[in-house]
Design a protein around this ligand. Structure first.
Ligand SMILES: [Zn+2]
Ligand SMILES: [Zn+2]
Length: 422
């Protein structure tokens, strides 16, 4: 185990330094592919692993980012990766027949500037993000590291295992943009099992949450109002005020999240409008999200939002555009007995676990978990408990690297449980 753990820590520190946000994980994807190819995996990447991507950065952003990518020792075509078709899928088949396993690890970072506080371990040990305003503040650096060490374990032991192994390195989980795209391209076809996990998320230190529940369905929505600018004193009546429309809509939307049949959330996260104090604001742009504990709530919220945008546009004389830029669904396993079985087996071999921890958040692994079960397989999601140095999505987010050992061990043991070797 020692070499796999050392490898995980080295990778965690390496990938934290090259943190990249959703669909810009170009260097990250290239480095993962390099390692996977060295281990002997068959690796798929580029357009072939994607369907319809949501919330892709502009061509200009993609182009600017690709200019900084280092291509040392790269002997494969990176052109589609440079178009934002990031992430990759590794496959290896054991000589002995057995079940097909799928694993999913997300690889993107957040648009946050990592703290410069000298007590922050990544600063002390010199592995902070080298990319301005980009930081692995959700632990996906650890997910990549566990994923690659798991791959190394599978590659080293392929002759003693049985079955087929598919490891999905998914891009753009933040703002739930990549999961649907990868799923739509068939990432879960022919799988018997889909296994995934997340570091932290309120799971108590040194424990494993088995069979996460409470995946909230969500839509991330951009709303643009188009008005008419005019002189604010001489001809205000000729203007159509997009700023007032957006402000009014923000208040209206925040009054919607009231349901007795499950949790509901709505948030107007950004609102930009106007050019100067003496001009009636011509355009406005808002980033909004809605979430629901079930699809009925989510769809109802979405209908209300559409009506509110339409109504606001009419009353302020504006044109509008509503664009969905991210999406995730709920997930609840059809096989609670399977979850309980894995939980009791893990307990038998010494893992401290909690059954069915609640996420109360959205995670687009839900597409992969659900589609695996819809196609006849079984899915399970774990939480890897650890002490966090700061909350998720905070500039000082960090975790005890010991969680990498526990996480890797969990994946290896789960494979052995499912192969009836434990
Ligand atoms: Zn996150
Ligand atoms: Zn995350």
């Amino acid at each position: 185990m020692e070499k796999y753990i050392e490898n995980a820590i080295a990778n965690r520190r390496f990938f934290r330094q090259i943190a990249e946000t959703g669909f810009l994980e170009m260097q990250t994807t290239i480095e993962i592919i390099k390692q996977l190819k060295n281990m002997g995996f068959n690796v798929k990447y580029g357009k072939s692993i994607h369907s319809k991507r949501l919330g892709v950065p502009s061509n200009e952003e993609l182009k600017n980012h690709s200019k900084h990518i280092l291509l040392d020792d790269v002997d494969f075509d990176t052109s589609e990766i440079f178009e934002g078709y990031t992430g990759c899928i590794a496959e290896m088949v054991s000589p002995e027949k057995g079940p097909s396993f799928g694993f999913r690890f997300d690889i993107d970072a957040l648009p946050i500037h990592e703290t410069e506080n000298i007590d922050h371990i990544p600063n002390k040990l010199s592995f902070r993000s080298k990319n301005e305003n980009t930081c692995h503040a959700c632990g996906h650096d650890g997910h990549i590291a566990i994923g690659l060490s798991l791959c190394k374990y599978i590659a080293d032991n392929i002759d003693n295992l049985s079955g087929a192994f598919r490891i999905i390195f998914q891009p753009a989980e933040e703002e739930v943009r990549g999961g649907k795209s990868i799923d739509g391209a068939g990432a879960t076809d022919n799988l018997d099992y889909m296994i995934s996990s997340h570091i932290g998320l309120n799971q108590p230190d040194s424990t494993i949450g088995v069979g996460s529940i409470g995946f909230l369905a969500t839509k991330k929505i951009d709303i643009t109002f188009y008005g008419i600018s005019s002189h604010a004193a001489a001809n205000p009546q000729l203007g159509r005020n997009a700023l007032l429309g957006a402000a009014s809509l923000a208040l209206t939307l925040h009054s919607f999240a009231q349901y007795s049949n499950g949790m509901a959330r709505i948030n107007v996260g950004t609102l930009h409008s106007g050019n100067a104090r003496n001009i009636i604001a011509q355009n406005s742009y808002m980033q909004v999200e809605i979430r629901g504990e079930n699809e009925i709530i989510l769809n109802d919220l979405y209908d209300k939002l559409n009506n509110a945008v339409k109504g606001t546009a009419i009353s302020y004389g504006l044109e509008y555009k509503i664009e969905i830029v991210g999406e995730a669904i709920c997930f609840e396993t059809k096989y609670p007995e399977f979850t309980k079985y894995i939980n009791s087996k893990l307990n038998e071999i010494g893992f401290k676990t909690t059954l069915n921890p609640r996420l109360n958040a959205s995670e687009d692994v839900s597409y992969l978990l659900k589609s695996t079960e819809d196609k006849g397989g079984k899915s399970i999601h774990f939480l890897l408990g650890t002490t966090l140095k700061a909350p998720h999505h905070n500039e000082a987010f960090d975790y005890d690297e010991e969680v990498l050992t526990r996480g890797l061990n969990l994946y290896i043991k789960t494979i052995h449980i499912l192969l009836n070797k434990i």
